[in-house]
Unconditional design. Structure first.
Length: 145
């Protein structure tokens, strides 16, 4: 037998089956993944209409009109607090005995709810406009995510 023939037979012959299997390896399970979520954000209303001055209320209603949330008729109804009128002290103020305080915060949403009730009781034709405007204002006072 030649040397070349012996080498060729060794290469062509299949390896032993016991040598081909890899040795078993012990693996550790992966540690559980912990996902840390950010803390929940504080839910705050867009605008606090329960504690706001008439001057700031007029600014907010103007913003709502410009962004399209309030229609023109609704903006005309709610967007001009009477205390901002220059003659308030000599007209309404003289009748009620109160001077205008356009910078004193108060619950203007409740004032509009009372006005809407008055409009309903007296069958005011603008009650539908006032209802929609009040709905828009209430949504601004709801907490947002």
């Amino acid at each position: 037998m030649s040397l070349l023939g012996a080498l060729t037979r060794r290469i062509a012959s299949p390896p032993d089956a016991k040598q081909a299997e890899p040795a078993p390896v012990m693996t550790m399970p992966a540690p559980p993944t912990v996902i840390a979520l950010p803390p929940p954000r504080e839910r705050r209303p867009r605008h606090d209409l329960r504690h706001i001055s008439p001057r700031r209320f007029a600014e907010i209603t103007h913003e709502l009109y410009v962004e399209g949330s309030l229609k023109w008729a609704e903006y005309q109804l709610v967007g001009f607090p009477s205390e901002l009128h220059p003659a308030y002290d000599t007209t309404i103020g003289a009748l009620t005995g109160q001077k205008a305080e356009p910078n004193r915060p108060r619950d203007l949403l409740a004032e509009w709810e009372n006005r809407l009730d008055f409009m309903r009781r007296h069958a005011d034709p603008a009650v539908l406009v006032a209802e929609r405007a009040l709905d828009v204002l209430r949504r601004q006072a709801e907490p947002r995510a």
